[in-house]
Design a protein around this ligand. Structure first.
Ligand SMILES: C[S@@+](CC[C@H](N)C(=O)[O-])C[C@H]1O[C@@H](n2cnc3c(N)ncnc32)[C@H](O)[C@@H]1O
Length: 228
């Protein structure tokens, strides 16, 4: 059997490492299906259900599954979101922006609450996703960061605990977990947010608008970076 490892990016390897070994996983928005193929090859899971909202990616997934000889281990079909998953399921939602992920979780909230583990890799506006998870009683069990082509990506493993979390705005960017870990990529991750805040602040300055919240956030992030 061919080895899919060479095809997997650092980002996808990070996602795979966050998965607690289990019988079967649902990969939502699977596209190429590399994650389920890799995880079966590595013995992290035994079977998978890979779905995508579009036909094109499903066809690509089917072709790759065939190339790697895993047709009997992975079911693939077109599906929107997580409404097809069962009780106590293991779910991956990777490679989408916060708004799409929040929509998927909101529309399938019953399934999300009943999942064993949900591994989420968010491509943009991660702060918004963290707020959504904490406001809706999800607990972030583990977090990871990785770098690929100068961009820092993050991923979480979450489960539903039913308790709304209390948090500050700064923690939606630099969570207590990442700060406590002194993660070597946290400084890069935060610096990117600082640059975005600087852009906002300079825009505000030009229009004479008050920008104290952004200034405060920027100072707090700089302090975290100094101590990391
Ligand atoms: C950028 S690809 C990510 C592929 C892979 N999961 C990864 O992390 O590399 C995002 C995929 O999610 C699919 N997608 C977007 N919204 C979806 C939804 N509501 N339900 C299922 N799939 C969705 C897209 O069609 C696309 O193939």
């Amino acid at each position: 059997m061919k080895d899919v490892e060479d095809l997997l990016s650092n980002r996808l390897l990070m996602v795979a490492r966050l998965v607690k070994p289990c019988e079967s996983i649902y990969d939502i928005g699977t596209d190429h299906c590399y994650l389920p193929i890799y995880m079966i090859q590595k013995g992290i899971i035994k079977r998978a259900v890979a779905t995508d909202v579009k036909k094109g990616p499903v066809q690509i997934a089917l072709r790759n599954i065939n190339i790697f000889g895993l047709d009997t281990y992975i079911d693939v079909f077109v599906s929107d979101g997580i409404s097809h998953v069962g009780q106590d399921s293991n779910i991956i939602i990777s490679g989408m922006g916060a708004d799409v992920i929040i929509e998927i979780l909101t529309e399938g909230i019953h399934y999300a609450k009943n999942a064993n583990q949900i591994i989420i890799q968010c491509q943009s506006k991660t702060e918004r996703l963290r707020s959504f998870l904490w406001d809706n009683g999800f607990y972030i069990e583990e977090e990871a960061l990785c770098k690929e082509k100068d961009k820092v990506y993050n991923a979480f493993r979450v489960s539903y605990c039913g308790v709304k979390q209390i948090y500050t705005e700064i923690e939606t960017i630099a969570s207590k977990k990442l700060v406590k870990m002194h993660h070597p990529l946290l400084t890069d991750y935060i610096s990117c947010h600082i640059r975005k805040l600087e852009d906002i602040i300079s825009g505000y300055k030009a229009s004479n608008v008050v920008f104290s919240n952004e200034e405060e956030l920027k100072r707090a992030l700089e302090e975290i970076n100094e101590n990391n």
